[in-house]
Design a protein around this ligand. Structure first.
Ligand SMILES: [Zn+2]
Length: 292
């Protein structure tokens, strides 16, 4: 068939070019090869399954060999940080962009001073740290190609039984990053009122994601957070300049009308040491499952 020119050959390497390769580096393919390439790009391989015992060596290996980026969704930062901080610091120091998503300090476990200290250590070493209200995903994505996904909280696991899959596939990794709005959420704004960085990411019942200042030093802070400074997190534009100049009463009125989350008021931020209200997320938030 080849001799009769009724068949053509396409090197397999051209067909499995990751979807993230763009522009002049992307091989030119005909219509049939393009379709085949698209199908192959969606192919994923589960290359490993780890439990809580074997995970951490594999995790350290992945972190140690990352070349471009490390994305981590890990709700809590506890004693596990001690052993992982050096390898994460090394990665950041060699130019790997490390982005970490964790729970905000509205969570009783995460706001403990010890855990906030670990978070501060991570902030000092990593490219970006983002606090998300009620976050519960457990994901690591290396170089937009390798995904570690399962039940294990990578920065806080201590004694629970877990499973983590290692999944390879650039198309899948990209899809997961898009699903988690990774790029948009990796750029938290400063508060438009106090200019502080104590801004967490929240989700309304209507599905809208928004940033909210939780600093109790912010002029807009109230115990219930109802008049706190907020900004849309997806499709966000820069905060209106007038935001800073409004009187507190005008700002509060505007916030009540335009940006107050639907549904019950969000958890209050209380000083460390006070007992936290039981969250609507059920028992997993601050009780059994994630405890270090
Ligand atoms: Zn503020």
């Amino acid at each position: 068939m080849l001799r009769d020119k009724r068949a053509r050959t396409v090197p397999a390497t051209l067909l499995i070019t990751p979807s993230t390769v763009a522009g002049p580096d992307r091989p030119l393919l005909g219509p049939v090869s393009s379709e085949l390439s698209e199908i192959l790009a969606q192919h994923v391989r589960v290359t490993d399954i780890h439990d809580e015992r074997s995970f951490y060596q594999a995790f350290a290996d992945h972190l140690g060999t990352a070349r471009r980026s490390i994305w981590i969704w890990a709700p809590w930062t506890t004693d596990r940080v001690k052993s992982l901080l050096p390898v994460l610091t090394d990665a950041a120091a060699r130019g790997v962009k490390v982005t970490l998503f964790v729970r905000d300090p509205g969570d009783a476990l995460q706001r403990k001073p010890k855990h906030q200290k670990y978070l501060a250590d991570l902030r000092a070493a990593l490219h970006t740290v983002v606090e998300i209200n009620m976050m519960h995903q457990k994901i690591v994505i290396i170089d937009e190609e390798t995904v570690l996904l399962g039940s294990l909280n990578s920065l806080s696991q201590s004694w629970t039984r877990e499973v983590m899959l290692t999944v390879r596939g650039a198309h899948f990794a990209q899809k997961l990053l898009e699903h988690e709005h990774a790029d948009q959420f990796a750029a938290p704004p400063r508060c438009g009122v106090c200019d502080g960085t104590k801004v967490d990411l929240r989700r309304r019942r209507s599905d809208d994601w928004y940033w909210r200042c939780y600093s109790d030093a912010c002029p807009r802070w109230t115990p219930g957070g109802r008049s706190a400074w907020t900004q849309a997190a997806i499709g966000a534009t820069s905060p209106k300049p007038s935001n800073r100049q409004r009187s507190p009463s005008e700002s509060a009125a505007s916030s009540q009308g335009a940006t107050r989350p639907a549904g019950p008021p969000p958890p209050q931020r209380r000083p460390a040491g006070n007992r936290a209200p039981r969250s609507a997320s059920g028992p997993s938030e601050a009780t059994g499952e994630p405890r270090p």
